[in-house]
Design a protein around this ligand. Structure first.
Ligand code: SF4
Length: 263
């Protein structure tokens, strides 16, 4: 159920296993993109409602007064900041406006596939190198609809923004054997854009692992053995091949090698 809520704090913090503290702004709590591998699903209470933090930008404005300008803020962890609902509420845009006023560094993560980010070009472009878009390509809805990756909405967005001078990093995380054709995807992405890759990292019997297994069984039944091997035996032949092939290419980076979850 959609709920409009009022929050007392705008910034939340995540503590990755490698140490450190990651400041996050989630204008929404809940996500409509529906990635079955989403690590947020480990929290059974997450996404039971779609919470819209209607006052978040006002709260953020006050919190940013004390903000250390050297710290990067991440926008989007428990939501996709550019999912459809943003068209109506414009909370991502309002938060970006607050960050841009103070010239703060921010990274926005999305795999929504809408072109909604172009609405905010007037805010993003003046932010210059303070703004980075982390664009995810493992959007199963998009992947199921496309054979020619040059036509994939998120790849087109990456290339268009890059050509407009916006810093874009592309993430194929996770690589989905039998679904993501990495060679074709990398070829379709402009040569100067860094591409980050990672394998499926899901702990067996967790909600995301069970959800991905069920999704593959329903939509790609011929791949079920491959995914069971990945989830239950930690065996991912395709990923090893990709590492072998792309491991020495400078713009292709392999991430989260020590992590156990995937986003
Ligand atoms: S991985 Fe990101 S886009 Fe996908 S459901 Fe989770 S929060 Fe939404």
């Amino acid at each position: 159920m959609l709920k409009e809520i009022f929050v007392k704090s705008a910034m939340t913090y995540e503590y990755p296993p490698d140490g450190g503290t990651v400041p996050i702004i989630d204008p929404y709590d809940g996500c409509t993109i529906g990635c079955p591998y989403c690590f947020q699903l480990e929290d059974e209470t997450w996404n039971t409602d779609l919470n819209v933090k209607v006052n978040i930008s006002d709260v953020l404005q006050k919190e940013l007064i004390q903000w250390n300008k050297e710290d990067t803020v991440y926008l989007g962890s428990k939501c996709d900041p550019y999912m459809e609902i943003e068209r109506k509420y414009q909370l991502t845009r309002k938060c970006l406006l607050e960050l841009s006023k103070l010239n703060l560094k921010c990274m926005v993560t999305t795999k929504a596939g809408s072109k909604l980010i172009f609405r905010d070009i007037d805010v993003i472009k003046p932010m210059g190198n303070k703004f980075t878009l982390l664009l995810g390509l493992s959007n199963l809805q998009q992947l199921s609809e496309i054979d020619d990756y040059t036509l994939m909405s998120n790849i087109q967005t990456a290339n268009q923004l890059h050509r407009m001078g916006i810093t874009v990093w592309v993430f194929i995380t996770p690589i989905l054997p039998g679904i993501t054709d990495i060679d074709s995807m990398i070829s379709a992405i402009d040569q100067d854009i860094p591409v980050f890759l990672d394998k499926v990292r899901l702990k067996r019997n967790t909600r995301p692992a069970l959800r991905l297994e069920s999704f593959i069984g329903n939509h790609y039944p011929h791949l079920i053995k491959t995914y069971k091997d990945i989830i239950y035996n930690n065996k991912d032949v395709y990923y090893e091949d990709i590492k072998e092939k792309w491991g020495k290419t400078e713009r292709v980076k392999f991430v989260f090698e020590s992590s156990n979850s995937t986003d």
